[in-house]
Design a protein around this ligand. Structure first.
Ligand code: SAM
Ligand code: SF4
Length: 334
Protein backbone atom coordinates (compact mmCIF):
# COMPACT_ATOMS: atom_id res chain seq x y z
CA UNK A 1 0.00 0.00 0.00
CA UNK A 2 1.22 3.52 -0.81
CA UNK A 3 2.45 5.68 2.04
CA UNK A 4 -0.20 8.32 2.91
CA UNK A 5 0.76 11.75 1.54
CA UNK A 6 1.03 14.77 3.86
CA UNK A 7 -1.72 17.36 3.51
CA UNK A 8 -0.47 20.23 1.31
CA UNK A 9 -2.91 22.69 -0.19
CA UNK A 10 -2.93 24.25 -3.65
CA UNK A 11 -0.80 27.14 -2.36
CA UNK A 12 1.82 24.75 -0.98
CA UNK A 13 0.83 25.33 2.64
CA UNK A 14 1.48 22.24 4.75
CA UNK A 15 -1.55 21.50 6.93
CA UNK A 16 -0.51 20.09 10.31
CA UNK A 17 -3.14 21.43 12.73
CA UNK A 18 -6.72 20.24 13.15
CA UNK A 19 -9.35 22.05 15.20
CA UNK A 20 -12.04 19.55 15.90
CA UNK A 21 -15.40 20.53 17.34
CA UNK A 22 -16.86 17.67 19.36
CA UNK A 23 -20.24 19.26 20.10
CA UNK A 24 -22.25 22.33 19.17
CA UNK A 25 -23.78 22.45 22.67
CA UNK A 26 -22.72 24.76 25.45
CA UNK A 27 -23.63 25.51 29.06
CA UNK A 28 -22.99 29.26 28.56
CA UNK A 29 -24.62 31.65 26.08
CA UNK A 30 -21.97 34.28 25.36
CA UNK A 31 -23.93 36.99 23.63
CA UNK A 32 -21.45 37.43 20.76
CA UNK A 33 -21.40 33.67 20.13
CA UNK A 34 -24.97 32.39 20.27
CA UNK A 35 -28.52 33.51 21.04
CA UNK A 36 -30.21 32.50 24.31
CA UNK A 37 -32.55 30.18 22.43
CA UNK A 38 -29.92 28.50 20.33
CA UNK A 39 -31.16 25.55 18.28
CA UNK A 40 -28.80 22.65 18.80
CA UNK A 41 -28.28 19.73 16.44
CA UNK A 42 -30.10 16.42 16.80
CA UNK A 43 -27.73 13.81 18.23
CA UNK A 44 -27.81 11.60 15.10
CA UNK A 45 -26.18 14.41 13.14
CA UNK A 46 -23.23 14.69 15.46
CA UNK A 47 -20.28 12.36 14.95
CA UNK A 48 -20.09 9.48 17.39
CA UNK A 49 -17.07 8.87 19.56
CA UNK A 50 -15.95 6.11 17.17
CA UNK A 51 -16.34 8.37 14.15
CA UNK A 52 -14.42 11.20 15.80
CA UNK A 53 -11.64 8.82 16.70
CA UNK A 54 -11.43 7.19 13.28
CA UNK A 55 -11.43 10.58 11.60
CA UNK A 56 -8.71 11.94 13.88
CA UNK A 57 -6.54 8.89 13.14
CA UNK A 58 -7.08 9.52 9.42
CA UNK A 59 -5.80 13.06 9.87
CA UNK A 60 -2.79 11.92 11.90
CA UNK A 61 -1.91 9.42 9.16
CA UNK A 62 -1.84 12.40 6.75
CA UNK A 63 0.57 14.39 8.87
CA UNK A 64 -1.63 16.27 11.32
CA UNK A 65 0.56 16.66 14.41
CA UNK A 66 -1.60 18.92 16.56
CA UNK A 67 -5.27 18.49 17.45
CA UNK A 68 -7.27 21.05 19.39
CA UNK A 69 -10.66 19.85 20.65
CA UNK A 70 -13.27 22.54 20.88
CA UNK A 71 -16.99 23.19 20.51
CA UNK A 72 -19.49 24.46 21.64
CA UNK A 73 -18.15 23.51 24.99
CA UNK A 74 -16.10 20.32 24.62
CA UNK A 75 -16.43 19.35 28.30
CA UNK A 76 -20.23 19.15 28.09
CA UNK A 77 -19.91 16.14 25.79
CA UNK A 78 -20.28 13.09 28.02
CA UNK A 79 -17.70 10.86 26.33
CA UNK A 80 -15.18 13.69 25.87
CA UNK A 81 -12.67 12.26 28.33
CA UNK A 82 -12.86 8.87 26.60
CA UNK A 83 -12.01 10.58 23.32
CA UNK A 84 -9.09 12.42 24.92
CA UNK A 85 -7.84 9.19 26.45
CA UNK A 86 -8.03 7.37 23.11
CA UNK A 87 -6.30 10.19 21.21
CA UNK A 88 -3.76 10.60 24.01
CA UNK A 89 -2.45 7.14 23.11
CA UNK A 90 -1.36 8.56 19.71
CA UNK A 91 0.88 11.14 21.37
CA UNK A 92 4.46 10.37 20.37
CA UNK A 93 3.12 8.18 17.56
CA UNK A 94 2.41 10.83 14.91
CA UNK A 95 0.50 13.18 17.17
CA UNK A 96 2.66 15.75 18.95
CA UNK A 97 0.10 17.80 20.82
CA UNK A 98 -3.47 17.35 22.02
CA UNK A 99 -5.13 20.42 23.50
CA UNK A 100 -8.53 21.90 24.08
CA UNK A 101 -10.31 25.23 24.20
CA UNK A 102 -12.86 25.43 27.00
CA UNK A 103 -14.91 27.85 29.04
CA UNK A 104 -13.67 25.93 32.12
CA UNK A 105 -17.06 25.76 33.88
CA UNK A 106 -16.47 22.00 34.29
CA UNK A 107 -12.70 22.00 34.32
CA UNK A 108 -12.48 21.32 38.05
CA UNK A 109 -14.03 17.87 37.46
CA UNK A 110 -11.78 16.94 34.53
CA UNK A 111 -8.38 18.63 34.88
CA UNK A 112 -6.60 15.63 36.38
CA UNK A 113 -8.01 13.18 33.83
CA UNK A 114 -6.97 15.49 31.00
CA UNK A 115 -3.43 15.69 32.32
CA UNK A 116 -3.27 11.94 32.84
CA UNK A 117 -4.37 11.42 29.21
CA UNK A 118 -1.45 13.52 27.94
CA UNK A 119 -2.94 17.01 27.61
CA UNK A 120 -0.38 19.59 28.70
CA UNK A 121 -1.86 22.92 27.63
CA UNK A 122 -5.37 24.32 27.50
CA UNK A 123 -6.88 27.56 26.27
CA UNK A 124 -9.52 28.94 28.60
CA UNK A 125 -11.90 31.65 27.46
CA UNK A 126 -12.55 34.37 29.99
CA UNK A 127 -13.69 37.85 29.01
CA UNK A 128 -14.06 39.53 32.40
CA UNK A 129 -13.29 39.10 36.10
CA UNK A 130 -16.39 41.05 37.10
CA UNK A 131 -19.07 38.63 38.22
CA UNK A 132 -22.02 40.78 37.10
CA UNK A 133 -20.47 41.56 33.75
CA UNK A 134 -19.67 37.85 33.29
CA UNK A 135 -23.26 36.90 34.08
CA UNK A 136 -24.62 39.47 31.64
CA UNK A 137 -22.21 38.54 28.88
CA UNK A 138 -22.54 34.75 29.15
CA UNK A 139 -26.16 34.89 30.41
CA UNK A 140 -25.10 32.51 33.22
CA UNK A 141 -23.76 33.38 36.67
CA UNK A 142 -20.81 31.01 36.54
CA UNK A 143 -17.68 33.07 37.11
CA UNK A 144 -16.86 31.28 40.40
CA UNK A 145 -16.94 27.87 38.66
CA UNK A 146 -14.68 29.17 35.89
CA UNK A 147 -12.14 30.56 38.37
CA UNK A 148 -12.22 27.28 40.25
CA UNK A 149 -11.71 25.47 36.93
CA UNK A 150 -8.68 27.61 36.09
CA UNK A 151 -7.14 26.94 39.49
CA UNK A 152 -7.80 23.20 39.12
CA UNK A 153 -6.21 23.13 35.67
CA UNK A 154 -3.08 24.79 37.01
CA UNK A 155 -2.81 22.53 40.01
CA UNK A 156 -3.20 19.48 37.79
CA UNK A 157 -0.11 20.71 35.88
CA UNK A 158 -1.85 22.07 32.78
CA UNK A 159 -0.38 25.22 31.24
CA UNK A 160 -3.24 27.67 30.81
CA UNK A 161 -3.60 30.44 28.26
CA UNK A 162 -6.49 32.84 28.64
CA UNK A 163 -8.43 33.93 25.53
CA UNK A 164 -10.40 37.16 25.77
CA UNK A 165 -12.71 38.67 23.17
CA UNK A 166 -12.47 42.48 23.30
CA UNK A 167 -15.91 44.10 23.39
CA UNK A 168 -16.63 47.80 23.41
CA UNK A 169 -18.80 48.84 26.35
CA UNK A 170 -18.65 45.35 27.90
CA UNK A 171 -15.16 44.34 28.99
CA UNK A 172 -12.84 46.89 27.38
CA UNK A 173 -12.18 48.81 30.60
CA UNK A 174 -11.14 45.70 32.50
CA UNK A 175 -8.69 44.27 29.97
CA UNK A 176 -5.48 45.77 31.46
CA UNK A 177 -6.42 44.38 34.90
CA UNK A 178 -7.39 41.03 33.39
CA UNK A 179 -3.98 40.83 31.71
CA UNK A 180 -2.17 41.72 34.95
CA UNK A 181 -4.25 39.10 36.81
CA UNK A 182 -3.44 36.38 34.24
CA UNK A 183 0.27 37.20 34.11
CA UNK A 184 0.40 37.29 37.91
CA UNK A 185 -0.73 33.64 37.84
CA UNK A 186 1.68 32.51 35.14
CA UNK A 187 -0.87 32.56 32.30
CA UNK A 188 -0.43 34.28 28.94
CA UNK A 189 -3.38 36.19 27.54
CA UNK A 190 -4.57 36.44 23.96
CA UNK A 191 -6.99 39.13 22.90
CA UNK A 192 -9.36 38.53 20.00
CA UNK A 193 -11.46 40.93 17.96
CA UNK A 194 -15.10 39.94 17.71
CA UNK A 195 -15.87 38.32 14.37
CA UNK A 196 -19.09 38.49 12.37
CA UNK A 197 -20.14 34.82 12.60
CA UNK A 198 -23.76 33.73 12.89
CA UNK A 199 -26.87 35.65 13.89
CA UNK A 200 -26.92 36.74 17.55
CA UNK A 201 -29.45 38.90 19.31
CA UNK A 202 -27.33 41.99 19.74
CA UNK A 203 -25.86 43.99 16.97
CA UNK A 204 -22.24 42.98 17.06
CA UNK A 205 -21.13 46.11 15.28
CA UNK A 206 -22.00 48.05 18.45
CA UNK A 207 -19.41 46.03 20.35
CA UNK A 208 -16.69 45.79 17.74
CA UNK A 209 -13.49 47.10 19.28
CA UNK A 210 -10.33 47.26 17.19
CA UNK A 211 -7.38 45.86 19.12
CA UNK A 212 -5.41 48.98 18.18
CA UNK A 213 -7.57 50.75 20.80
CA UNK A 214 -6.96 48.05 23.41
CA UNK A 215 -3.26 48.20 22.61
CA UNK A 216 -3.29 51.97 23.18
CA UNK A 217 -4.93 51.47 26.59
CA UNK A 218 -2.35 48.81 27.52
CA UNK A 219 0.48 51.11 26.42
CA UNK A 220 -0.52 53.73 28.98
CA UNK A 221 0.19 51.25 31.81
CA UNK A 222 2.60 48.68 30.42
CA UNK A 223 5.63 48.41 28.15
CA UNK A 224 4.95 46.03 25.28
CA UNK A 225 7.77 44.87 23.01
CA UNK A 226 7.24 42.55 20.01
CA UNK A 227 8.09 38.94 20.90
CA UNK A 228 9.69 36.28 18.67
CA UNK A 229 7.08 33.81 19.88
CA UNK A 230 5.11 32.25 16.99
CA UNK A 231 2.51 29.50 16.97
CA UNK A 232 1.75 29.30 13.24
CA UNK A 233 -1.57 30.96 14.06
CA UNK A 234 -2.85 34.46 13.51
CA UNK A 235 -1.69 35.97 16.83
CA UNK A 236 1.14 38.48 17.12
CA UNK A 237 2.80 38.40 20.53
CA UNK A 238 4.31 41.02 22.80
CA UNK A 239 6.37 40.69 25.96
CA UNK A 240 5.15 42.84 28.83
CA UNK A 241 8.05 44.27 30.85
CA UNK A 242 6.11 45.03 34.06
CA UNK A 243 4.46 41.61 34.41
CA UNK A 244 7.00 39.31 32.72
CA UNK A 245 4.08 37.80 30.78
CA UNK A 246 3.12 37.67 27.13
CA UNK A 247 0.09 39.09 25.38
CA UNK A 248 -1.14 37.96 21.96
CA UNK A 249 -3.28 40.02 19.63
CA UNK A 250 -5.52 38.38 17.02
CA UNK A 251 -6.89 40.90 14.58
CA UNK A 252 -8.70 38.93 11.88
CA UNK A 253 -10.58 41.93 10.57
CA UNK A 254 -7.71 44.34 10.35
CA UNK A 255 -4.78 42.09 9.45
CA UNK A 256 -4.06 39.42 6.99
CA UNK A 257 -2.59 36.35 8.56
CA UNK A 258 -3.52 33.78 5.96
CA UNK A 259 -0.19 33.25 4.15
CA UNK A 260 1.17 30.95 6.82
CA UNK A 261 -2.09 29.14 7.60
CA UNK A 262 -1.45 25.56 8.68
CA UNK A 263 -4.90 24.53 9.88
CA UNK A 264 -8.31 23.18 9.01
CA UNK A 265 -11.49 22.91 11.08
CA UNK A 266 -14.05 20.17 11.39
CA UNK A 267 -17.50 20.70 12.91
CA UNK A 268 -19.26 18.27 15.23
CA UNK A 269 -21.20 16.99 12.21
CA UNK A 270 -17.99 16.20 10.35
CA UNK A 271 -18.03 19.15 7.96
CA UNK A 272 -14.49 20.17 7.14
CA UNK A 273 -14.06 23.91 6.69
CA UNK A 274 -10.64 24.57 5.19
CA UNK A 275 -11.00 28.24 6.21
CA UNK A 276 -12.81 29.74 9.22
CA UNK A 277 -13.77 32.71 7.08
CA UNK A 278 -14.91 30.91 3.95
CA UNK A 279 -17.89 28.92 2.73
CA UNK A 280 -15.81 26.06 1.26
CA UNK A 281 -16.68 22.74 2.82
CA UNK A 282 -16.12 18.99 2.51
CA UNK A 283 -18.44 16.41 4.08
CA UNK A 284 -16.30 14.00 6.11
CA UNK A 285 -19.33 12.46 7.81
CA UNK A 286 -20.55 11.13 4.46
CA UNK A 287 -17.09 9.66 3.96
CA UNK A 288 -17.07 8.14 7.46
CA UNK A 289 -20.54 6.65 6.97
CA UNK A 290 -19.71 5.19 3.52
CA UNK A 291 -18.84 1.56 2.74
CA UNK A 292 -15.11 2.17 2.74
CA UNK A 293 -14.59 4.95 5.29
CA UNK A 294 -10.79 5.09 5.30
CA UNK A 295 -10.45 5.41 1.53
CA UNK A 296 -13.36 7.87 1.32
CA UNK A 297 -11.86 9.97 4.12
CA UNK A 298 -8.51 10.17 2.32
CA UNK A 299 -10.22 11.29 -0.89
CA UNK A 300 -12.23 13.88 1.02
CA UNK A 301 -9.03 15.26 2.60
CA UNK A 302 -7.43 15.51 -0.87
CA UNK A 303 -10.49 17.44 -2.02
CA UNK A 304 -10.20 19.81 0.96
CA UNK A 305 -6.60 20.60 0.01
CA UNK A 306 -7.78 21.58 -3.48
CA UNK A 307 -10.38 24.05 -2.24
CA UNK A 308 -8.67 25.70 0.73
CA UNK A 309 -8.80 29.40 -0.19
CA UNK A 310 -5.79 31.68 -0.16
CA UNK A 311 -7.34 34.02 2.39
CA UNK A 312 -10.50 34.70 4.37
CA UNK A 313 -13.25 37.07 3.33
CA UNK A 314 -14.44 38.53 6.64
CA UNK A 315 -15.79 42.00 7.03
CA UNK A 316 -17.80 43.54 9.83
CA UNK A 317 -21.09 44.51 8.26
CA UNK A 318 -22.85 47.79 8.51
CA UNK A 319 -25.00 48.09 11.65
CA UNK A 320 -28.05 45.83 11.42
CA UNK A 321 -26.62 43.93 8.47
CA UNK A 322 -26.45 40.16 8.16
CA UNK A 323 -23.33 38.41 9.43
CA UNK A 324 -20.55 37.85 6.90
CA UNK A 325 -20.95 34.14 7.55
CA UNK A 326 -24.16 32.54 8.71
CA UNK A 327 -22.56 29.86 10.86
CA UNK A 328 -21.80 30.45 14.53
CA UNK A 329 -18.35 30.15 16.06
CA UNK A 330 -19.81 27.38 18.26
CA UNK A 331 -20.15 25.33 15.06
CA UNK A 332 -16.61 25.65 13.75
CA UNK A 333 -15.05 25.96 17.15
CA UNK A 334 -12.93 29.13 16.92
N1 SAM B 1 -16.74 26.98 24.56
C1 SAM B 1 -15.33 27.02 24.43
C2 SAM B 1 -14.80 28.38 24.82
O1 SAM B 1 -15.56 29.32 24.96
O2 SAM B 1 -13.59 28.46 24.98
C3 SAM B 1 -14.82 26.65 23.05
C4 SAM B 1 -15.57 27.16 21.86
S1 SAM B 1 -15.64 28.92 21.67
C5 SAM B 1 -16.61 29.05 20.20
C6 SAM B 1 -13.99 29.29 21.16
C7 SAM B 1 -13.59 30.74 21.21
O3 SAM B 1 -14.32 31.46 20.25
C8 SAM B 1 -13.85 31.42 22.54
O4 SAM B 1 -12.63 31.99 23.00
C9 SAM B 1 -14.86 32.48 22.21
O5 SAM B 1 -14.69 33.63 23.01
C10 SAM B 1 -14.57 32.74 20.76
N2 SAM B 1 -15.70 33.32 20.01
C11 SAM B 1 -16.98 32.90 19.92
N3 SAM B 1 -17.71 33.67 19.09
C12 SAM B 1 -16.85 34.61 18.61
C13 SAM B 1 -16.99 35.69 17.70
N4 SAM B 1 -18.13 35.96 17.10
N5 SAM B 1 -15.88 36.44 17.45
C14 SAM B 1 -14.68 36.17 18.05
N6 SAM B 1 -14.50 35.16 18.90
C15 SAM B 1 -15.56 34.38 19.19
FE1 SF4 C 1 -20.18 28.63 24.76
FE2 SF4 C 1 -17.67 29.15 24.11
FE3 SF4 C 1 -19.72 30.15 22.64
FE4 SF4 C 1 -19.32 31.08 25.08
S1 SF4 C 1 -17.89 31.24 23.36
S2 SF4 C 1 -21.31 30.43 24.21
S3 SF4 C 1 -18.56 29.33 26.15
S4 SF4 C 1 -19.16 28.05 22.84
Amino acid sequence: MEKPQPLVDQFQRRISYLRLSVTDRCDLRCSYCMPERMTFLPKAEVLTLEELYRMALGFVARGITKIRLTGGEPLVRRDMIELVQALGKKLGDGLEELTLTTNATQMADHAEALYAAGVRRVNISLDTLDRDAFARLTRRDQLPQVLEGIAAAQSAGLKVKINTVALKGINAQGIPDLMAWAHGRGMDLTLIEVMPLGEVEEDRFDHYLPLSEVRAALDTRFTLTPSDHRTGGPARYFDVAETGGRVGLITPLTNNFCEGCNRVRVTATGQLFPCLGGGERVDLRAALRSDDPDVALDLALDQAMKIKPLRHHFEINAPGGAPALARHMSMTGG
